[in-house]
Design a protein around this ligand. Structure first.
Ligand SMILES: Cc1cc2nc3c(=O)[nH]c(=O)nc-3n(C[C@H](O)[C@H](O)[C@H](O)COP(=O)(O)OP(=O)(O)OC[C@H]3O[C@@H](n4cnc5c(N)ncnc54)[C@H](O)[C@@H]3O)c2cc1C
Length: 217
């Protein structure tokens, strides 16, 4: 029987040191206004001003990298649509389920609530069984994988600059976004709000709906 992935994990692997300072100093280069550099007040004032005026390119001077585990390929397929974000994802051509790693699926809460979890798991297990049989029978992993469901988990590392993270959070933490990508993006947003509060504190998280909305100033 496949393992069930209960919660995705989000690990911040790297972030630009002193990110908000870097953004402020890069921005001040435009006006050679270094004499106004007086943190923390000047940092907050300037970054809030550029966000308000949509002078967003200065946010590109800071970057972050996350490792995400336990999300399905449904979720990763949505995430990798973001073209200004760089992904490196585990390959089903090289990774062998049951050997390189445990075979694991996400069970959407609606499926469980509607009473379909057992049948869902039975079929996922059957898919895994046939996958293993085919690989052992000489079918390349890249072809045997065709039988695996969308719910199969996939590890991914992503890097993006702060401007792109704001864009991703705006469209993917939104209540209209799919619950799984929303759940992961909310976790990343929480990290970014701690690491770079001035850049990300205009996103308001609603715990009840597990979504976040950008409060435009
Ligand atoms: C709720 C929701 C439902 C969706 N449903 C579907 C669906 O049914 N089918 C489907 O195919 N997709 C769907 N998508 C994916 C969506 O269409 C986008 O592909 C995805 O959200 C990436 O958005 P983006 O292009 O704005 O962002 P990114 O690729 O992250 O780019 C960021 C920004 O850079 C700029 N940019 C990037 N590339 C270019 C370019 N080539 N030219 C000009 N400007 C560029 C744009 O301003 C863009 O907003 C959905 C997304 C959401 C949030």
């Amino acid at each position: 029987m496949p393992h069930i992935a209960v919660q995705p994990t989000v690990e911040l692997m790297a972030i630009t040191p002193d990110a908000e300072r870097v953004i402020e100093l890069a921005c001040r280069t435009c006006y050679l206004s270094f004499h106004r550099y007086n943190p923390p007040a000047s940092t907050r004032d300037l970054i809030k001003k550029v966000i308000r005026k949509k002078h967003h390119s200065v946010l590109e001077h800071a970057l972050a990298t996350f490792r995400i585990k336990g999300g399905s390929r449904v979720f990763t397929h949505e995430l990798v649509r973001h073209r200004l974000m760089s992904p490196s994802q585990e390959s089903q051509r090289y990774v062998e389920y049951g050997k390189t790693r445990q075979y694991e699926v996400v069970v959407p809460p609606t499926i469980e609530e509607a009473g379909f979890k057992d049948r869902y798991m039975e079929l996922a297990s059957a898919c895994q069984g046939l996958y293993q049989e085919m690989v052992e029978g000489g079918v390349p992993k890249e072809d045997a994988r065709y039988i695996l469901p969308n719910g199969t988990t996939s590890e991914i590392v992503i890097s993006a600059n702060f401007r792109e993270f704001r864009h991703i959070f705006q469209v993917r933490c939104n209540p209209r976004a799919h619950w799984e990508i929303r759940r992961v993006c909310i976790q990343m947003l929480e990290v970014m709000q701690k690491e770079a509060p001035i850049v990300f504190d205009d996103f308001v998280i609603d715990r009840e709906t597990n979504s976040a909305t950008l409060m435009e100033s």
